[in-house]
Design a protein around this ligand. Structure first.
Ligand SMILES: Nc1ncnc2c1ncn2[C@@H]1O[C@H](COP(=O)(O)OP(=O)(O)O)[C@@H](O)[C@H]1O
Ligand SMILES: [Mg+2]
Length: 380
C-alpha cells in the first residue's frame, strides 16, 4: 500500500518545539505548510514561528490527540516522547517516525542491543541496572568508561566518566540510580555522522558524512562534507543506510560514528530527527535537513543531497550570553559568507545551545577557518 502524500497547504505537527522544531517549522512554512507544535515549555523556540503551539508534557496523550486531530501528519524533533503519546497520535494521523522506531532508539541499551543484533559495529558496552552491575561492568570494560543514562540524555548530559570501578557508587548516584549503559572509553581519531532521509514507501537519500568535533561532550563545530578517506566515507554511508532501512525509519535518521586509530568505524548512537551536525546543510546543500525532514514525513519526493559549497558551523552556547551585554554580532555579520542562526531562547544557561554560526568556503577546511575566525570575534 502506498502512503498518502501530504501536499503543501496541509498541516504538519511537530512533537517538540526546540531549535530543531523551529528550523523544521520554518522550512515547512517555506514549502507552504501550516505548522503546529507541542512542547512542555510555553516559551519554546518554535512558538513564534508556528500557527499553533500546545503547551503540554510529552506524556500528555490527550494533548497529543488534540494536535493529531488538526494535523495531516505528525513528526518529532526530540526522542523523549512517551510511546503512549506516539500511539495516541497514530490513532488519528500518521506519526513519522512512529513508536516502533522510538521504542528501539529512545533507550540506549535497547538501541545498542538492536544494533548488535543487526551486526553493526559497536565498541565494548554493557547495560547495568544496579550499583553492583555497574561496578562489575566498569571492571569488565577495563576501568576507563563512559556511563550513560539509558533514557533522556543529550549534549553530554546524563553521562559520567569514570577511571575505575571504585567510582561506581558515585556514578550510580549521580545518574539517578536508574538503568545505565557502560561503554569503554575509546581513543577517538575522529567523529563523523551520516544523515539519511527515508520516505514512508522506502525511498532513501543519504547525505555525505559530516566531520564533527566535540568539546566537553557537546558538539563544538562540524564540517560538511567531512574531509575523510574515501573508504571511511563509503563504509559510513553504507552502515547508515542499512540502519535506516533496518529500522524502517519514516523521516530522518542520523547515525553518529567513531573512527578509531586503527581505521575501524563504530556506531556511537542514532537519532531519528534533524541533528546539530547537519545544520550546515542549510548553507551547503540543495536541500537542507529541515526541508528534507518535511519532504520525507509528507511523502513528497526527497530533495537532492548535493553539496553545492562546503560549509562549517560553530555552536553558540549560553556561556557567551553570560558576559555583560551579551555577544556583539555586528562584526561577525560583516564577514562575507558568515551567517548567524539564533534559536530565540529566552534564557541563556552555561552549555545551552543558543544558536550557531555558519560559513561557506572553497573547501571544508576553508569554511572552518572562516567560521572559527567569526567565533573568535565573539571571544570564543
Ligand atoms: N565510549 C566513548 N569513548 C570516547 N568518547 C566518547 C564515548 N562516548 C561518548 N564520547 C564522547 O562524548 C560525546 C557525547 O556522547 P554521546 O553518547 O553521543 O551522547 P549525547 O547523547 O549526549 O550526544 C561523543 O560525541 C564523544 O565525543
Ligand atoms: Mg551524541
Amino acid at each position: 500500500m502506498t502512503a498518502r502524500v501530504v501536499l503543501p497547504g496541509g498541516t504538519l505537527g511537530i512533537l517538540g518545539g526546540g531549535q530543531l522544531g523551529r528550523m523544521m517549522a520554518l522550512a515547512a512554512r517555506t514549502l507552504g505548510y501550516q505548522v503546529q507544535a507541542l512542547d512542555p515549555d510555553s516559551t519554546c523556540p518554535a512558538r513564534s514561528v508556528v500557527d499553533r503551539c500546545l503547551t503540554a508534557s510529552f506524556s500528555d496523550t490527550s494533548a497529543a490527540e488534540d494536535l493529531a486531530r488538526s494535523c495531516d501528519v505528525v513528526t518529532l524533533e526530540i526522542e523523549k516522547v512517551s510511546l503512549a503519546t506516539l500511539n495516541a497520535v497514530a490513532r488519528h494521523t500518521p506519526m513519522r517516525p512512529g513508536a516502533d522506531v522510538l521504542s528501539v532508539v529512545q533507550h540506549r541499551g535497547r538501541q545498542k542491543a538492536w544494533l548488535a543484533k543487526g551486526g553493526f559495529p559497536l565498541g565494548p558496552w554493557r547495560e547495568a541496572n544496579s550499583e553492583a552491575e555497574l561496578s562489575s561492568a566498569i571492571s569488565a570494560m577495563g576501568g576507563k568508561c563512559f556511563i550513560k543514562s539509558s533514557e533522556g540524555g543529550y549534549d553530554g548530559r546524563g553521562q559520567y566518566e569514570v577511571k575505575g570501578a571504585s567510582e561506581a557508587a558515585v556514578a550510580w548516584k549521580e545518574l539517578g540510580e536508574r538503568s545505565v549503559v557502560v561503554e569503554a572509553a575509546l581513543d577517538l581519531k575522529a567523529e563523523l555522522s551520516v544523515l539519511v532521509a527515508r520516505g514512508p514507501d522506502g525511498q532513501l537519500a543519504v547525505y555525505p558524512p559530516a566531520f564533527n568535533h566535540h568539546e566537553d561532550r557537546i558538539l563544538a563545530w562540524s564540517l560538511l562534507p567531512g574531509p575523510l578517506p574515501e573508504a571511511v566515507l563509503s563504509q559510513a554511508s553504507q552502515v547508515a543506510r542499512d540502519i535506516t532501512s533496518g529500522l524502517k525509519v519514516e523521516g530522518l535518521l542520523v547515525v553518529e560514528m567513531f573512527l578509531l586509530g586503527d581505521g575501524s568505524l563504530l556506531v556511537n548512537e542514532v537519532a531519528p530527527r534533524p541533528h546539530n551536525s547537519f545544520h550546515s546543510t542549510e548553507v551547503a546543500c540543495l536541500t537542507s535537513q529541515f526541508e528534507q525532514a518535511v519532504r520525507a514525513v509528507c511523502n513528497l519526493p526527497l530533495g537532492s543531497v548535493e553539496v553545492v559549497r562546503p560549509a562549517a558551523i560553530v555552536n553558540l552556547l549560553g556561556d557567551l550570553w553570560l558576559n555583560e551585554g551579551g555577544p556583539r554580532f555586528e562584526q561577525v555579520l560583516a564577514m562575507p559568507g558568515v551567517r548567524l542562526h539564533l534559536y530565540g531562547k529566552r534564557d541563556a544557561r552555561k552549555g545551552r545551545k543558543m544558536g550557531h554560526l555558519s560559513a561557506v568556503g572553497s573547501t571544508p577546511e576553508d569554511a572552518l577557518t572562516r567560521v572559527q575566525a567569526a567565533a573568535r570575534l565573539l571571544g570564543m
